[in-house]
Write a protein that binds this ligand. Structure first.
Ligand SMILES: [Zn+2]
Length: 233
């Protein structure tokens, strides 16, 4: 296991970094992992169903009730988002995030790919118009056309846009160092992004529990905020 100070030396020395971030990056901002919400009042349904295309189409009220719980507009970027954004102003840094909370954007990170979309980006399924998320939280029907509103996130059972996949793979290809932060890295296709890295690129993982990755990598087992607060920029 690598110590925090040695990990920081590797981050400092890398000319180009791509961060792959997950739920553990947002929990210090007070955002619970949606998996912890199961059973709150949804009975036997699993979050994977409640966040699925089928649920949106066949049980839209159930979908809407669940998705509303995922909005935390009061949440602010924490030390991890802020230090990554600061690094990105100093050298080429990309962020590809599994999180749908938009906190990397809120931290003004220059190059972010929200791999699973952004809850605060809402549109009408019928007329395609963009709608403020505040409106969506009061009603899921578009007042102009009667269409159903939804957030622009990738639901279970839906595909990824070519644009997002192209940006993400290009960001991984360009990196000298790929840093996985705050995720057990078990969700495909997010965890397959590593295949696109340059063969000379190094891999580091910062997570509270050890990761199982087939490639050689540096494991830093800690809460991500404990590492990022020690980075001097
Ligand atoms: Zn509409």
């Amino acid at each position: 296991m690598t110590a925090i100070k040695d990990a920081i030396k590797i981050i400092d020395a890398a000319p180009k970094i791509t961060f792959l971030t997950g739920a553990g990056v947002s929990t210090p901002s007070g955002i619970p992992d949606y998996r912890s919400l199961q059973g709150v009042y949804q009975g036997i349904d699993q979050p994977e169903y409640l966040l699925s295309h089928d649920c949106l189409v066949y049980e839209p009220q159930k979908f809407y009730q669940f998705i509303k719980q995922l909005y935390h507009p009061e949440a602010q970027p924490n030390i991890i988002h802020k230090k990554i954004a600061a690094l990105a102003r100093k050298k080429p840094v990309w962020v590809i995030s599994q999180n749908i909370d938009g906190l990397h954007d809120k931290a003004k990170t220059p190059h972010v790919v929200n791999f699973h979309g952004n809850l605060y980006d809402v549109y009408c399924c019928k007329c395609n118009q963009s709608i403020p998320w505040e409106k969506y939280l009061t009603c899921d029907i578009h007042e102009n056309c009667g269409g159903r509103l939804r957030p622009n996130i990738v639901l279970y059972g839906e595909g990824f846009t070519t644009d997002v996949v192209n940006h993400a793979t290009a960001a991984v290809k360009s990196a000298d160092l790929v840093v996985i932060v705050g995720t057990s890295f078990q969700v495909a296709p997010f965890n397959q992004l590593l295949y696109y890295r340059d063969k000379h690129a190094k891999i580091m993982a910062i997570n509270q529990t050890p990761l199982a990755i087939q490639e050689p990598f540096t494991m830093v087992q800690c809460a991500a905020e404990d590492l990022f607060k020690e980075i001097n920029i």
